[in-house]
Design a protein around this ligand. Structure first.
Ligand code: SAM
Ligand code: DTB
Ligand code: SF4
Length: 335
C-alpha cells in the first residue's frame, strides 16, 4: 500500500521526461487516503473536488453521450444487477443485432439532440470474430456522422481491440463494477483479472478507456472508496469514468436492495473527481429517479458527463427535454 500525502495528487503525472528518458509514473493513491477523502465533512469534500474540477475543466460544461443497445438480452453471464442475463427472469426480450440503418437513424437523432458521443452496447460475454466484423461497420456509420464512437461488448482480446481501433473506435467501455473483494458476490461467471486484461488490451490498441462501476448494491462507504482506488490506480487511469447508481430491475438478484443515500452517491463522484482529475466523470445509470438537486450536487462535485436520451440499454433515463430543462436551469453548456 502506498502512503503518498494527498498534496502529491493534485496533478496527474502520466509521463515525465528526466534526462530525455520517458518514464511512466503511476497515479498512486493508497486506499487509506481515499477512505480519508470519502469520510471528509461533506462541504470540505465538495469544496476540494470543485477546486480540482476547476483546475482541469470549465465547471459550466458537460459532455453528452447517448447509448444504444445493439444486441439485447440472452447474455450467458450472471451479473447480479443485470436484466439482460439469461440466469434471471426479467421483462427483457432477447433480440438479434441491429442493422446498420437502425444504428445510423439512432445516432443521427442523438446528434440532432446534441450528443457528441454514441455508445453501442451488446449483451455478450465477449464478441466472436463475426461480431467484430459487424460492429466495425457500425463504428464506421457513427464516424461518418462525425460523432465519437464508443462500444461496450464485454471482454475483448488484443486482436479484436486492434480491429475496432482500425474501424475508428474512440472509446471502449468496460467497467470494473466493484472492488476485487466483492466481485465474486456479484458475478461468478468471470474473474476480476479478466476485466483488467480487457482494459490492458483496449489501452494497448490505442483506444481510450472508459471504465467505472456501480454503487447502491449494498456495499459500504469503504467499498465505494475501494472501487475508486482500483480505477484511480490503473496506469494511466481511464479517460472516462461512469459512476452508475444501481437500477433495480425486478427479477434480478439485487432487486429490493436498500437504496443508497443520494449524498453517498455524491461523495463517490467527488472522490472520483479528486483522484482522476482529468477524466470525464459520468453521472451514469440511475438518473431517472434522482432529484434535480442531487444531480446538481453531482455536477458541483465534478461530474461532467451524462448519458443523454430516454433509454439507457434496457431501462429508462430522463428524456431529452427534461435534461435540457435541467441544464438550462443550471446554466450548463454541452460539449
Ligand atoms: N455485456 C457487456 C459488459 O458487461 O461489459 C456490456 C454491457 S453491460 C450492460 C455494461 C455495464 O452496464 C455493466 O458493466 C454495468 O456497469 C452496467 N449496468 C448493467 N446493468 C445495470 C443496472 N441494472 N444498473 C446500473 N448499471 C448497470
Ligand atoms: C455504463 O457504465 N453504464 C451504461 C453503459 N456504461 C453501457 C449502462 C447502464 C445500464 C443500465 C441498465 C439497463 O438499461 O439495462
Ligand atoms: Fe451480460 Fe454485460 Fe449484463 Fe453482465 S452486465 S449480464 S456481461 S450484458
Amino acid at each position: 500500500m502506498q502512503t503518498n500525502t494527498s498534496n502529491e495528487h493534485s496533478i496527474n503525472l502520466h509521463t515525465l521526461k528526466i534526462n530525455k528518458k520517458p518514464i511512466s509514473l503511476k497515479n498512486q493513491w493508497s486506499l487509506a487516503s481515499i477512505i480519508e477523502l470519502i469520510n471528509l465533512p461533506f462541504n470540505d469534500l465538495l469544496f476540494r473536488s470543485q477546486q480540482v474540477h476547476r483546475e482541469h475543466f470549465n465547471p459550466n460544461e458537460i459532455q453528452l453521450s447517448t447509448l444504444l443497445s445493439i444486441k439485447t438480452g440472452g447474455c450467458p453471464e450472471d451479473c447480479a444487477y443485470c436484466p439482460q442475463s439469461v440466469h434471471y427472469e426479467t421483462d427483457v426480450q432477447a433480440s438479434k443485432m441491429l442493422e446498420a440503418e437502425e444504428v445510423r437513424a439512432a445516432a443521427l437523432e442523438a446528434k440532432k439532440n446534441g450528443a457528441s458521443r454514441f455508445c453501442m452496447g451488446a449483451a455478450w460475454r465477449e464478441p466472436k470474430d463475426r461480431d467484430i466484423e459487424k460492429v466495425a461497420e457500425l463504428i464506421k456509420v457513427v464516424k461518418e456522422l462525425e460523432m465519437e464512437a464508443c462500444c461496450t461488448l464485454g471482454m475483448l482480446s488484443a486482436e479484436h481491440a486492434n480491429k475496432l481501433k482500425t474501424a475508428g473506435l474512440d472509446y471502449y467501455n468496460h467497467n470494473l463494477d466493484t472492488t476485487p473483494e466483492t466481485y465474486t458476490d456479484i458475478i461468478t461467471t468471470r474473474v476480476y483479472q479478466e476485466r483488467l486484461d480487457t482494459l490492458d488490451n483496449v489501452r494497448n490498441a490505442g483506444v481510450n478507456v472508459c471504465s467505472g462501476g456501480i454503487v447502491g448494491m449494498g456495499e459500504s462507504r469503504e467499498q465505494r472508496a475501494g472501487l475508486i482506488h482500483q480505477l484511480a490506480n490503473l496506469d494511466p487511469y481511464p479517460e472516462s469514468v461512469p459512476i452508475n447508481n444501481l437500477v433495480q430491475v425486478e427479477g434480478t438478484p439485487l432487486y429490493g436492495t436498500k437504496e443508497l443515500d443520494p449524498l453517498e452517491f455524491v461523495r463517490t463522484i467527488a472522490v472520483a473527481r479528486i483522484t482522476m482529475p482529468t477524466a470525464r466523470v459520468r453521472l451514469s445509470a440511475g438518473r431517472q429517479n434522482m432529484s434535480e438537486s442531487t444531480q446538481a450536487l453531482c455536477f458541483m462535485a465534478g461530474a461532467n458527463s451524462i448519458f443523454y436520451g430516454d433509454k439507457l440499454l434496457t431501462t429508462g433515463n430522463p428524456d431529452w427535454d427534461r435534461d435540457q430543462s435541467l441544464l438550462t436551469k443550471l446554466d450548463i453548456r454541452t460539449v
